[in-house]
Design a protein around this ligand. Structure first.
Ligand code: C2E
Ligand code: CA
Ligand code: CA
Length: 780
């Protein structure tokens, strides 16, 4: 049996006893060489040969190998003197160990135990046999010797191992399959006795006959023990494979791998760790479990014949585990996809709702509050239209990152879809903290964002909902959503916290949409007209059509319903109706003015995208005769022009429609579009006029817009002139020829507008310094 001595005293004693016995016998034979029979030394190579075919016995802490060369020992003990038998046996053990691939202490121990067990076996045979050869008693003595040899070899090995591994000795002495091994061993040993009988009673060459059964048994025993070892390994491999394929986390795979490897090496000390194996260990690298790991077990006391298989088995086990890691990674990736937004990598709506629910459960137990923030970007669509979807994606990614940078790592930032983000703030101590978080998010997004080489600005509007006992996650998110809507209504780039009344507002909004829809269907909208005048002479050059909704007898201004109409899509029908009414009124207005005039009609971008729009405009133009139709779009709408819009605007312009940029100066200031689009009028936003008298900056802004517009060959209309002082200031400092404002006239119902036109001072040819080049203003 081959094991490595570690418990030095015990192992040293074994080596000492064995060596003394062996060396004594050898020395005796060498000194009294004439007494010895030299032919028996031929058994040495036979012992060495058989030593190569050990039987493998399972045992905790590694396998034990049993050498079948003991049959040579029995043979020697029967046919020659005990001392010579021991000397030859000792030499055989020595040769066996010299050729073995083991460490020196192991070899020494194996030589010691071989010589010792051999000596005791020989002594037993000698003591038990009678002087008459070939009797049953001699057979019994041979059997007893073999059994003793086996018992000594096995128990001394087991004790040595148990001492070395700090296991209980009694456990070490209880190996699996020891009885079977003993029977096999006795069978082999009996061949030794048979050989003795043959050599003693038959001609010596007949000994060759024994080579056949002996070699057959050797090969069969080796095949059998290897076969069962392979079966055992295969079973471990399969068990481990099944286990790792059914678990759902890495730790469980690692545990299964460790258990499998321990079973495989029959060693409890197998570990999974990050350091590679040392010189006294056997190990295989494990990839795919995060950092690189090694499955490592002790190598020094591995049975010689199984060491190679051990490594191979470990490699197979590791491959099985790596496969499981790959499977887990795949399912993790899939889970990630299912729970995350692929663009920003942030949690998606499902995961967000899950987190909110979880946080609410925790909150029930721990107390305290949590907040849900619903963030909707302002002006995202424009960026998308202007710079393309790739730029839009880039922007969303950056927005996600910025929001995330403003909250704690324990808080959740999610993308709900489109340009909507949500934030879950857990453990809110005070509602003011939520306000501070909102401010941080608003601030972070006010900084311009670089996309597609341009610095663009978007802002966000935030709705906040604070949890109350009994709320559901869904309710909380809709409350935040409602609050966000409310905040948008108050103006963008701000936050609002949900209040109960917001729900009513939502209901009111739905109701508003319905009544507006009915008003459009039944043509219950009116159009008012506001004069556009020559700044110097105050002669009316044209009018701007402004829609009004008479609801329950009250005139509702467009600011209150146009946004709703735009959001609900009603704007398309509304716009068509206004165009219709204007076309109907135009001849009367023209007649009252007594000269060609222009009528401005406000349109919203969705109208430009409807296929019927061009037709509608052409119909209106026909009805208007020599009255110039001006379509007004705000500066914001111009920025978001796509190919389609540009094409339809160009087509309309070529059929004689003029385009005006409304509210110029407050939207995006990327004014490259002025060159690309068929624009002929620029309307300076009225906000600049509000402070023109006392704010030099506002004044110079108006002047530069006038200069720029004129340089581009555009008519510049200054909006919002309310007071004489403003008018004078515009004339003195800002320049400009055309104006609009309450000072000249408020928007008026059609009949009053007709009166105003009739009373207007005549338009002097050439009095307006600058006029609409292609329109009727040009001839005014
Ligand atoms: P807008 O195109 O800028 O129209 C001018 C607005 O400024 C009108 O408000 C007008 O009453 C107001 N205004 C004119 N002069 C002065 C002034 O001196 N001081 C002040 N404070 N305000 C003045 P209104 O009629 O309430 O229209 C508001 C906005 O509604 C319009 O702004 C326009 O964008 C939109 N709108 C009006 N009618 C329509 C329409 O038929 N279709 C679409 N899509 N939008 C419309
Ligand atoms: Ca307008
Ligand atoms: Ca305007």
């Amino acid at each position: 049996m081959t094991r490595r001595p570690m418990s030095p005293v015990f192992d040293g004693a074994v080596v000492a006893v064995g060596s003394v016995l062996g060396i004594f016998a050898l020395a005796h034979e060498l000194i009294f060489f004439d007494v010895a029979d030299p032919k028996y030394f031929l058994a040495v190579p036979l012992i060495m040969l058989m030593g190569w075919f050990p039987m493998l016995l399972g045992r905790a802490g590694g396998g034990i190998e049993i050498g079948l060369e003991a049959c040579v020992l029995i043979f020697l003990a029967v046919v020659t003197t005990p001392v010579q038998a021991e000397a030859v046996w000792f030499l055989g053990c020595l040769g066996c160990q010299l050729l073995a691939d083991k460490r020196t202490p192991t070899k020494l121990f194996n030589i010691g135990i071989g010589a010792m067990a051999g000596g005791i076996g020989i002594f037993c045979i000698q003591a038990a046999r009678s002087s008459t050869p070939s009797t049953p008693r001699e057979l019994f003595a041979a059997g007893l010797g073999a059994a003793t040899y086996f018992a000594v070899d096995f128990s001394v090995s087991a004790v040595s191992l148990s001492l070395e591994e700090d296991l209980s000795i009694s456990a070490g002495l209880r190996p699996t399959g020891a009885l079977g091994a003993l029977v096999a061993f006795l069978g082999i040993a009996s061949l030794g006795y048979l050989a003795a009988l043959v050599v003693r009673d038959l001609p010596p060459w007949s000994g060759i006959l024994l080579a056949v059964p002996i070699s057959t048994i050797l090969v069969a025993s080796r095949a059998q023990s290897r076969g069962s070892e392979h079966a055992r390994r295969l079973k471990i491999l399969l068990d481990t494979a099944v286990r790792v394929q059914t678990v759902s986390d890495r730790d469980a795979v690692m545990e299964a791998l460790t258990i499998g490897a321990s079973d495989l090496l029959r060693d409890e000390r197998v570990r999974l760790r990050t350091e590679p194996p040392s010189g006294t260990e056997i190990g295989v690298a494990v990839h795919g479990c995060g950092e690189e790991m090694w499955v490592v077990g002790p190598a020094l006391n591995r049975a010689r014949s199984t060491a190679g298989d051990d490594r191979q088995g470990l490699t197979a086990l590791v491959a099985v585990a790596e496969d499981a890691f790959a499977r887990l990674r795949l399912s993790e990736d899939m889970a990630h996809l299912a729970w995350h937004d692929p663009l920003t990598g942030l949690p998606n709506r499902s995961l967000f709702m899950d987190r909110v629910e979880h946080a609410m459960e925790m909150q029930v137990r721990r107390g305290g509050q949590l907040a849900v923030l619903f963030c909707d970007l302002d002006g995202f669509k424009r960026v998308n239209d202007l710079f393309g979807h790739a730029a839009g994606d880039e922007l969303l990614y950056e927005v996600g990152a910025r929001i995330k940078s403003t909250v704690r790592t324990t808080d959740t930032v999610a993308r709900l879809g489109g340009d909507e983000f949500a934030v879950l703030l857990e453990e809110v101590q005070h509602p003011d903290d939520v306000g501070a978080s909102c401010e941080r998010i608003l601030e972070a997004l006010r900084r311009r964002i670089e996309v597609a080489g341009e610095a663009v600005s978007v802002t966000t509007t935030i709705g906040v909902a604070l949890s109350k006992p009994g709320d559901s996650a869904d309710a909380l998110l809709s409350q935040a959503d409602l609050a966000m809507y409310h905040a948008k209504g108050q103006g963008k780039d701000r936050y609002e916290t949900y209040r109960l009344s917001f729900g009513d507002e939502r209901l009111q909004r739905i109701e508003l949409v319905e009544t507006l829809r009915r008003a459009i269907e039944t043509r219950h909208l009116e159009v008012f007209y506001q004069p556009v005048v020559n700044l110097q002479t105050e002669a009316i050059l044209g009018v701007e059509a402004l829609v009004r909704w008479r609801r329950d007898g009250v005139l509702v201004p467009p600011d209150l319903f146009i946004p709703t109409a735009e959001e609900s899509g009603l704007i398309v029908g509304l716009g068509a109706l206004v165009l219709d009414i204007v076309a109907e009124h135009a001849p009367r207005l023209r007649a009252a003015a007594g000269h060609p005039l222009s009528i401005g009609v406000n349109i919203s971008p969705p109208q430009l995208h409807t296929p019927a729009f061009e037709q509608q405009v052409h119909r209106a133009q026909e009805a208007m005769g020599d009255t110039q139709l001006v379509l007004e779009l705000t500066e914001r709408d111009f920025v978001s022009n796509d190919e389609e819009t540009v094409a339809s605007m160009t087509a309309l312009a070529s059929s004689g429609v003029n385009f005006a940029i409304d509210d110029f100066g407050v939207g995006f200031s990327a004014i490259g579009y002025l060159q690309r689009l068929p624009v002929s009028i620029l309307k300076v936003d009225r906000s600049f006029l509000a402070h023109i008298e006392d704010d030099p900056k506002a004044c110079s802004l108006v002047r530069s817009m006038v200069v720029m517009g004129e340089a581009l060959g555009l008519d510049v209309v200054i909006e919002g002139v309310e007071r004489e002082g403003q008018l004078q200031h515009v004339i003195d400092h800002a320049g400009g020829a055309i104006a609009q404002g309450f000072f000249f006239g408020r928007p008026l119902p059609i009949d009053e507008a007709i009166e105003a036109l009739a009373a207007s001072p005549p338009v002097e040819i050439g009095a307006a310094r600058r006029v609409v080049p292609t329109g009727p203003l040009a001839s005014a």
